[in-house]
Design a protein around this ligand. Sequence first.
Ligand SMILES: [Zn+2]
Length: 354
Amino acid sequence: MEEKVMGAFTAIVLAVVIIMSCLLIYVPNMHIIALKIQDNKLAGGRTSVMEMLRASEEELEGDDEQTRESVLKGHQIRLTLPQNVTSKAVSIDNSQVDRTIKITINGIGKDYFTNYPMRGNGDNIVDITYDSSDLVGVIELALDDVKEVKMTSEGEYIYLDFLEPHDVYDYVVVVDAGHGGNVPGASKLGVDEKDLDLQIVLELKKLFDASNKNIGVYYTRTDDSNPSFEARVGLANDSDADLFLSVHNNSTASGRMSNISGTEVMYKGGDSTGESKKFAEMCLNHLLEELGSKSKGTVVGDEVYIIRTSKSPVALAEIGFMTNANELEKLQDKEYQQSTAKALYDAVLEYLNL
Ligand SMILES: [Zn+2]
């Protein structure tokens, strides 16, 4: 009996929800009412915040151009700050490889969105989560593309723009340190390849960070993480990178220690423009000059997923052989790593004519 009553109740609630939904299409202001009804749900979580943005998006579509313009001023997202919170309390962390933008705001609690709804359009936003603890609120936006984010503030409002990397930088370069996490790559005499690859990339990062050139450099990793191959090459493809450089170290096919040594750079044979090969040759020449290592030449590396699927001119540099005791010793040396980074940096500049 109780189940029947519950069934009827559910049917009525459903009918009301359907009627309300139909009304919402025609009466934009109803969205605000709808948001109020959901107030208790807007405290946080994934679905409620995303729903709020969708409601706002529909509402904005219903507005005339001028109203829409005055709300968003041509920006993508508008957040409202409580009275006691200024834009100084807002920090943004954009991780391009994960396609997530983390907005941290000091001074907002769990019920933030209840009082200060987000307005804007979710064109590139696929998911939003919100959480707050000790009055530090973190809004995390998941995007479907690689974007730069620009924040501006005016009064109580914070505006966020999602920009194409090339709208911000003259050139975009993606740098990939091989392997990572529980995938060490080659492992010789207690040395993991993933660590050597990362150490070289971090030296390269120092050079780009200190550079006065307007190059946007995205790193697939700057710690011991292991992004998927899709995420690595996707970072280059979706940012329309001018170059994609991957840093690895070699070992013999058998994996046994031997006297084979030298530097080799792979390129995409399937690249009919020849740009991949051209970049690989520049990398090789600078590495040989800087390191004095033996040349193993440039080789087609289309069997490697990130090379085959890269739309950007790609080079995968195998700096040295970890299976050669002498070269393994050098590869661990900080100065040798810095020289490697310098060579790769110079190769990038040469390719970009900078
Ligand atoms: Zn490797």
